[in-house]
Write a protein that binds this ligand. Sequence first.
Ligand code: NBP
Length: 475
Amino acid sequence: MSTALSDFGLIGLAVMGQNLVLNVESRGFRVSVYNRTPAVTEDFVAAHPGKRLHGAATLEGFVQSLARPRKIQIMVKAGAAVDAVITQLLPLLERDDIVIDGGNSLYTDTERRDAELAAHGLRFIGAGVSGGEEGARKGPSIMPGGPASTWDVMRPIFESIAAQVDGEPCVMHIGPGGAGHYVKMIHNGIEYGDMQLICEAYSIFRAAGMSAAEIAEVFLRWNDGDLQSYLIEITGRALQQIDAETGQPVVDLILDKAGQKGTGQWTLMNAAENAVVISTINAAVEARVLSSQKSERVVASRLLQGPEPALLGAYRPQLVKQVHDALYASKIISYTQGLALMRTMSEKKGWALDLGGIASIWRGGCIIRARFLGRITEAYRADQGLQNLMLAPFFNEVLARSQQGWREVVALAVTQGLPVPAFSASLAYYDSYRSERLPANLLQAQRDFFGAHTYERIDRPAGQWFHTAWPEVID
Ligand code: NBP
């Protein structure tokens, strides 16, 4: 066996780890691998003869097999397992070695680990990796945080394994500390929004009496237009899949109870902490929660009244176009909100996030990859200080021309008793944001009435606060 030192090491040979290792090796790097359960390492190396792989049975052997400064990527289950691996690694590493956590870690955990490793003279990168198994193997979108000097060391490996779009790698230095994992969390929140919006479009088509095959055809046609995206494409393909046993579309046989792993909820909590509205993503997370309450919904469906369900078949000629517009406009709102949250956190943490660059590295490799992301990059390149994505001329124009169909779809769904929480939350955000005057004047009156919270007046300069002697209410 060769005694050459490896360029890169990876700990955690589950689905993501294995595929990333094969990707790194395929770019000409020698890779050492280690897994807590040694049989997994042995099987993996044995399954790939002739590749520049070194399987280590012990963590000590793994560390010793790496060229310095060591570059070690941890790809284990997010949470306590990452801390357990770091604790075992610490006594084995030397100054300036680089540890990369490529899992879906919470960015605040990354900040804690960053400080802990820095205290030991080690360099830490919290890197979000998106694209699932296939992305890991063929080219993911990578969102690395940490110091810029560490990025410079890792850049050749990251750029060679990342997805490429128009000759550009889908990786960039996101920012210091936990910025990389933070941006990955927002990516996942946006992914929740995209998926729910697609499901609402599907739900309306179902109510119009369309079959899975007919709906698939619509999605696959949309995939050639401005809605082109990985999620639209896989939706079309999923709807085409036939169950071998029953001959029915697989989608029609799947129980309507969605799971979630937590990154959507983390996004909601972060938005609440920072008072940023992400109502579309919020609706998407909550739709999964309500879907999971299947047995309660079954009981309620027999007890709670709603309009008599009627087939929307009569609307079909215009429905496909209207739903397209509702989906496109709502998607713009979802991204607008995710970007607004990143902008707020960037200012708060001093991360200097390049929002246009982030949209650009999401064009390939990751789950939300889509043609439309290039438009977001252009919008931020044209105006670095863009306050809200909807105000960029391209998006303003799309929203203007989509709004009629969008409104009709939401109105139709509401009158039919068909839930479209993400479509309607998106529309409400659009209408609220574009309202010069909201009913918050009455809200301020209420607050002043019960709590003497005071209010500003429209006929006096801003910053002057007034209180009214409201009448007493006798219970
Ligand atoms: P898992 O998240 O299922 O983790 C399994 C790996 O963690 C195995 O190698 C396991 O070793 C190791 N591990 C555990 Br569990 N506890 C450990 C401990 N205390 N010490 C050392 N190793 C431990 O793997 P995955 O699905 O490949 O995902 C890896 C990371 O990438 C996760 O953070 C995940 O959220 C993220 N991610 C996954 C995807 C995806 O599509 N799956 C996409 C994007 C990001 P063992 O073999 O000894 O049990």
